[in-house]
Design a protein around this ligand. Structure first.
Ligand SMILES: [Mg+2]
Length: 230
């Protein structure tokens, strides 16, 4: 084992393919409510959703304001007035937690790292019930040593307080033996910087680094983490 003993994994769009789950869940609930849904609306929802989560990461909005607000905004744009965003959101969260899709090579990698003796934790800003369901369905709950959901912790990634609370439950683990792997510059990479731990940016689509944040490593495929850990 090299300098790292402990890996903090982001969940959505790092280990699990959130975009596929999102499309599935949106289609499920829109059909359930008798609403029309198409690719364009899904794309628009994804943009609105992202902007709401950005405002959670910056501490501006609560989880509740984010999850309901994104549908309120979407409905206003689409002229949907006969469905309560609170109600549809609750069903959407349920649908989202009822399916999972691994990112390429993710399950093989975390299984291998477990065999090699690394401690692995999930660090996620998702909704607790949804994330717990996905962990269980995917079998990740058996592979991971623990999961830190912001809703339970009381602070979101990338706040320093979030990571302080994580480390408080991991006595004997020093920050310089930890590495955080995630796809988001604003929550994962910024979070690692705030927490004082090294970070690996999972950037499969070769996105531009448009946030001023320190990154230790950058990878396109998850397997590229293996030599970094060696
Ligand atoms: Mg992510």
């Amino acid at each position: 084992m090299g300098r790292y003993t402990t890996i903090f994994w982001d969940l959505d769009q790092t280990l699990l393919n959130f975009d596929r789950s999102m499309e599935y869940a949106l289609q499920e609930v829109f059909v359930q409510y008798g609403l029309e849904i198409n690719e364009e609306m899904i794309a628009r929802y994804a943009i609105i959703n992202r902007s709401y989560w950005n405002r959670l990461e910056s501490g501006e909005l609560t989880k509740e304001q984010v999850t309901v607000g994104r549908f309120r905004t979407l409905f206003a744009e689409l002229g949907i007035t006969h469905v309560a965003p609170e109600k549809l959101n609750a069903d959407y969260q349920r649908a989202l937690g009822s399916v999972f899709f691994y990112m390429d090579g993710a399950k093989e990698l975390v299984t291998l790292l477990k065999e090699r003796g690394y401690r692995q934790y999930v660090v996620t800003n998702g909704v607790n019930a949804t994330q717990a369901n996905k962990m269980k369905l995917s079998g990740l709950d058996k592979i991971m040593d623990g999961v830190f959901v912001s809703e339970v912790i009381g602070f979101p990634k990338p706040m320093k307080e979030y990571f302080d609370a994580c480390f408080a439950t991991l006595p004997g683990v020093s920050r310089n033996e930890c590495i955080l792997v995630g796809d988001s510059l604003t929550s994962d990479m910024k979070g690692a910087e705030n927490a004082g731990i090294n970070a690996c940016w999972f950037n499969p689509e070769n996105r531009k680094k448009d946030v001023d944040v320190r990154i230790t490593y950058e990878i396109r495929r998850l397997e590229e983490l293996i030599p970094i850990l060696a």
